[in-house]
Ligand binder design. Structure first.
Ligand code: 5AD
Ligand code: SF4
Length: 434
């Protein structure tokens, strides 16, 4: 009998991709949308901020009743909390049977077998072998029009606030041939847009025989796949934005005019303490160069407010950078101290001061975001349709700039159609098919 697997995914897009791969790797399970009645519950977790990690423990606590009702239920914790806390997860929450770090997913079937024998199963190694190569391949089922594809993992940047270099390990790029094969397979199953993923994806340096390919070369090669219509990539570090990748934004038509390029702060003093290894002016100059290549680029970023020792003056420098750059989209966070990172040793900003700064920063970013969205009204753009909308006869898709767009009319999922934008709502654009 097929068993039921419930996976709940937290955090970044890489976790979304990993969850898909784990679901495929677990033989004899079908994925379900609710933990009720499941034989296995897997939480794919995030450790980036304290709140994200604490959420996991409160979620686990909720499964007590399910485990009492079904003692055979196995509960697993995967992802970055598993990697960072290891055995501590089982000590804090004895309901947990399996703890598996992000680099050990190919060992999940063995861990599941061990748990089935009633033993606790833990694996947080950083093994030599390529987990994606060892993981069972995707079944040949048809897919939706958009997909993630992890090409690079880990990070060598060691920003002073960040757990990623510890939870995901050193930078590793998947070989070119494997990425191409996976992309071809996705496209043969209906995918029209691929987002290349990596913690530091623009540092991609994949092997192809004796050669090493950068991200731009990989993108150009993927663009040769006829039925693949759109390519995106995320997330990038400013210092790895090489000339070739900047040029690609101008001359590679399938590369979408959207770039997520986190800066974190606009104060050189704080950037230095964050170990970001660039200044605010260098970042702004870089944005100018990318916009020279692609003037309509929509820029997205990440910001941290209340980093240790941040003064009002430092914060104002961040606000000034935001004014100078003008973001179409952004994510912003209050600094959260992460055990084991260099910044965790430093004096923190008063939480109320940090909360106030976050509010002011988000007000500015929201204004810019709304202005960028409103500026779409009247334009004619291509939309890749993804699914039916909430209203009858409505279809929803994405613009190249990643705005959600809804229209009413006959258009198939996976189709790219020309749309004239007629309205800008709170979270999406409305338009008419041309
Ligand atoms: N506190 C707050 N935000 C953080 N980020 C990473 N680490 C922390 C932290 N300790 C944010 C950064 C990063 C995004 C993924 O999460 O802005 O770019
Ligand atoms: Fe973390 Fe990104 Fe810095 Fe790497 S580059 S340490 S993932 S914030």
């Amino acid at each position: 009998m097929t068993k039921k697997l419930y996976i709940k995914t937290y955090g970044c897009q890489m976790n979304v991709y990993d969850s898909e791969r784990m679901a495929e790797a677990l033989d004899g399970y079908e994925q379900v949308n609710s933990p009720d009645g499941a034989d296995m519950i897997l939480l794919n977790t995030c450790h980036i901020r304290e709140k994200a990690a604490e959420k996991i423990y409160s979620e686990l606590g909720r499964y007590r009743g399910l485990k009492e009702a079904n003692p055979d239920l196995k509960i697993g914790v995967a992802g970055c909390v598993a990697q960072a806390e290891g055995e501590e997860v089982m000590r804090r929450q004895p309901l947990v049977d399996i703890v598996v770090g992000p680099q050990s997913y190919h060992r999940l079937p063995e861990l599941e077998a061990k748990a089935a024998r009633g033993e606790k199963a833990l694996d947080t190694d950083f093994p030599e072998e390529d987990k994606f190569e060892k993981l069972k391949t995707r079944p040949k089922a048809q897919r939706g029009p958009t997909a993630f594809l992890t090409v690079q993992e880990g990070c060598d940047k060691f920003c002073a606030f960040c757990v990623v270099p510890y939870t995901r390990g050193a930078e590793v790029s998947r070989p070119v041939a494997r990425v191409l094969a996976e992309a071809e397979d996705l496209v043969s199953r209906g995918v029209r847009e691929i987002t290349l993923l990596g913690q530091n994806v623009n540092a991609y340096h994949g092997a192809d025989g004796g050669e090493t390919w950068g991200l731009a070369r990989l993108i150009r090669r993927l663009a040769e796949i006829d039925e693949l219509k759109r390519i995106r990539f995320t997330t990038s570090h400013p210092n790895d934005m090489e000339d070739d990748l900047i040029t690609a934004h101008g001359d590679c038509e399938k590369l979408m005019p959207y770039l997520h390029l986190p800066v974190q702060s606009g104060s050189d003093r704080i950037l230095k303490r964050m170990a970001r290894k660039h200044t605010a002016a260098e970042y702004i100059r870089l944005i100018e160069r990318i916009r020279e290549a692609r003037p309509d680029l929509l820029l997205s970023g990440d910001f941290i407010v209340g980093f240790p020792e941040e003064t009002e003056e430092d914060f104002q420098a961040t606000m000034a950078l935001i004014e100078a750059v003008n973001y179409g989209q952004a994510y912003s966070f209050k600094y959260s101290s992460r055990p084991g990172t260099p910044a965790a040793e430093r004096a923190e900003v008063d939480p109320e001061v940090a909360a106030d700064r976050l509010q002011r920063l988000q007000a500015l970013l929201t204004r810019q975001q709304k202005a960028a969205q409103d500026a779409m009204v009247g334009r004619e753009i291509d939309v890749l349709f993804e699914k039916p909308g909430r209203l009858p006869g409505q279809m929803v898709g994405k613009s190249g700039y990643l705005h959600a767009v809804h229209v009413t009319g006959e258009v198939a999922v996976g189709q790219i159609s020309r749309v004239r934008i007629t309205e800008s709502g709170p979270n999406s654009l409305g338009g008419t098919l041309l």
